[in-house]
Design a protein around this ligand. Structure first.
Ligand SMILES: [Zn+2]
Length: 264
């Protein structure tokens, strides 16, 4: 169980002892919609909610850690801990009540140092999470599966800072080059899709459809192509805003490219 040497340790119990182990593969940033110090955030986790994060960062850049990084924390819904034992490390950050203000320079410096340490300590790769399960760095509202019923966290200003300052800063502080540009599955052809194939590509397609909120599955997604895949793909075509004649559940090359299925 790892504790960040630069953070003040304020362990939340019984969660710290009771919650299962994770193998951390992601770092997810939040705004807590309150101008709280790390201690005040600790008191909130201790006294009034079970949705704790691993870290809390105040406006002045001070940082506390509430849960060991190899123990589940509960701020990120399905990313907290997956069936394969992987999970996300989370940090709440002080913000205004609407979570609309920018991170301060001191918060940015602390976030960047923490991100670089998580890369060194846990091997979190220097890339932005392409999907809800993809190892890397992200922010709460980035993927639907990371919140129960949607979230505005963090606000637009901080999302812009994430791309402009936070992620490039972590890459630089970690002394690394960013991971190579993501590679996506090439279009397999409509004929192949219509043959109802069994393939890991179909699982990856289904996972991306679910990630986009286009989920007609009662089980799965899995490697065997089913009518639930076709219906989920149809929902995605509608989401893209394509004309009705292009919303038949069979993805065309441009729709496939828009789905950005990570290479399996
Ligand atoms: Zn959040």
């Amino acid at each position: 169980m790892a504790w960040y040497p630069n953070a003040k340790r304020m362990e939340v119990q019984p969660e710290g002892d009771d919650q299962p182990a994770i193998r951390p593969t992601q770092f997810i940033l939040h705004s807590i919609a309150a101008p709280w110090t790390p201690r005040r955030t600790y008191e909130y986790w201790r006294d009034s909610t079970y949705l704790e994060s691993h870290f809390g960062i105040g406006y002045d850049g001070s940082i506390a850690q509430y849960i060991g990084t190899q123990t589940r924390a509960d701020a990120n819904y399905r990313a907290n801990r997956r069936p394969d034992g992987t999970g996300a490390i989370s940090a709440e950050t002080a913000s205004d009540d609407e979570a609309t203000d920018p991170w301060t320079d001191r918060q940015l410096a602390t976030i960047i140092q923490l991100g670089a340490w998580l890369h060194r300590e846990h091997g979190i790769p220097l890339r932005i999470c392409r999907t809800a399960d993809d190892p890397g760095f992200g922010y709460h509202r980035m993927h639907a599966a990371w919140s129960d019923g949607g979230t505005d966290c963090p606000g637009d200003t901080r999302v812009a800072q994430f791309y402009d300052v936070v992620f490039p800063g972590i890459v630089k502080a970690a002394g690394g080059a960013p991971a190579p540009a993501p590679r996506y599955e090439p279009y397999p052809g409509e004929k192949w899709l219509k043959s109802y194939p069994t393939s890991p590509v179909i699982t990856a397609m289904g996972e991306r459809l679910v990630d986009e909120g286009c989920d007609a599955y009662s089980v799965g997604p899995g490697p065997e192509m089913t009518d639930a895949d076709v219906e989920s793909a149809r929902l995605f075509q509608i989401k893209l805003g394509d004309a009705p004649e292009h919303c038949d559940g069979w993805l065309g090359p441009l729709q496939w490219a828009a789905l950005k299925i990570p290479k399996v």
